[in-house]
Design a binder for this molecule. Sequence first.
Ligand SMILES: [Zn+2]
Length: 237
Amino acid sequence: MIKKIKGIVVKEIAYKDTSKIIEVLTNDGLYSIVAKGAKKVSSPLFLGTTFLSYSEFCIYEREKISTLKSVDLINGYKNTLKDIVKLGASSYLVNLCMQVYKQNSSNEIYDLLLVGISKIDSGINPLGIVNILEIKLLKYLGLKLHLDKCVICSGDDIKSLSLDYSGYLCKNCSKVSTDRKILKLIKLYDTVDLNKLNSFNVSLDILLNLDRFIDEYYSKYTGLYLNSKKFFKDMLS
Ligand SMILES: [Zn+2]
C-alpha cells in the first residue's frame, strides 16, 4: 500500500553499497524505510533522507520495513547543520527522545522533538531548549517533578528544589534553600508552551546550575544512557 507520512529522520543505517535504511519518527509511530540508492548525492532520494531532515515521505508500506518511493524535504535545518553546538544539541535531543519513546510511545514526544529542533535551528539558546525538553519528557517516564506545592506537606512557602523528593520543599520541610531564580525557571520549563517561546534570556550561571540538577535527576532516576549529552556539554565549554 502506498502511503504518505511526515516525519524526522532519527537514524541512518548503511545498507548495501549505495542504499540505506532510515528510521523516521512521525506522529503515528516509528517507520523503518529502505531508501534505495539514497547514499548517492545524485539520487532523488538523497535530499530529505539524511539525519535530522524533516520530510514528507511517499512509501510502499510493509509491516517491518517499508520502501521509499519519493521524498520531499520540508526542513533540512540548515543553521543547525553548520553549527556544531546546535547540531550537538539536536542530536542529543533525538537520542533522548528515542530512548524515552522506547518506554512510552506517545505522539507528544514527536511533537516535542520537532518543535525543539526547530527552536534550536531558529537561534534560541540550545541548552535552554535541551533542558526544557528534559523536564517535559520526565512525564513519559513516570518521573514528573512535583512543582506545585511542597512535596511533603503541600505548603506554599517554597524554599528549595529537592533531588531526593523530586520537587519543591517548603521552609518548614527543608533545611537548605535554592536560588529563587532556579525555583521559578524549572517551573517555567515544565509549563511553557515551546511553540510560543521566541526568546530566552537567562544568565548562564543560573542555566548551568539548573542543568546540573537535571543531570543529577536523570542519572539518579531514569536509568537512561545519555553519552550524547556529555558530548554536547563539552562543546559548550
Ligand atoms: Zn512542606
